[in-house]
Design a protein around this ligand. Sequence first.
Ligand code: HEM
Length: 209
Amino acid sequence: MLQQPSPTQFSWIKSTLFIVCLIPLARLAILGVTGGLGANPIEFITRSTGTWTLVFLLIALSVTPLRRLLEMPWLLKLRRMFGLYAFFYALLHFLTYIWLDQFFSPEDIIKDVLKRPFITIGFTSFMLLIPLAVTSTNAMIKRMGGKNWQQLHRFVYAIAVGGVVHYWWLVKKDVTQPQIYAAVLALLLGIRLVFLWRKHNAATNNSKN
Ligand code: HEM
């Protein structure tokens, strides 16, 4: 267990992580100006931003298990930042697709969303992510009420599953990478089920006593 950091230490941790989370974007920018994006820069950017969306979703989902297993409640204060970074990279991923891949053509986008199942599920996951990002502020939590807010934010599980399926379906041959993401997600969701089961057992035992 790591001791509760002081407000100054916490602010340092948060600021450092905030900058670290920007490294994937900085890398893309540097590769872009130095001509390092390879023969197909659009594919490179799409794949990179897609990967980071999934990684940040999984990081955000690992906050609750980690804070409970390591007894570090303060980790919760970092969850929103990771969630918003997931949204940020998803937005870049989506913009790359609609701008550089589909040239802002609504007909082509609609056709593609309806035609290719991996795009359908990626698109749906992104649409579900928008209300979570919009309601991530303290004012919104207050306005919605904690319970409603929590219920809405449970969509993150479906979004993460959607993200993994999206990846799995787009890979043509070697599915090792999506399998690894699926295993990590299964572990994170599995830990939550164990927590729920323990809570349920504790409540039943209490009501018996
Ligand atoms: C939560 C939402 C999403 C997640 C987590 C996600 C994740 C990913 C991942 C992990 C990849 C593969 C990266 C790699 O090959 O290394 C990818 C690729 C891709 N995604 Fe997404 N994505 C999301 C939403 C979307 C949306 C909304 C669209 C477009 C409507 C989209 C279109 C694509 C395309 C075109 C590729 C590249 C396919 C290829 O190179 O063959 N994704 N995405």
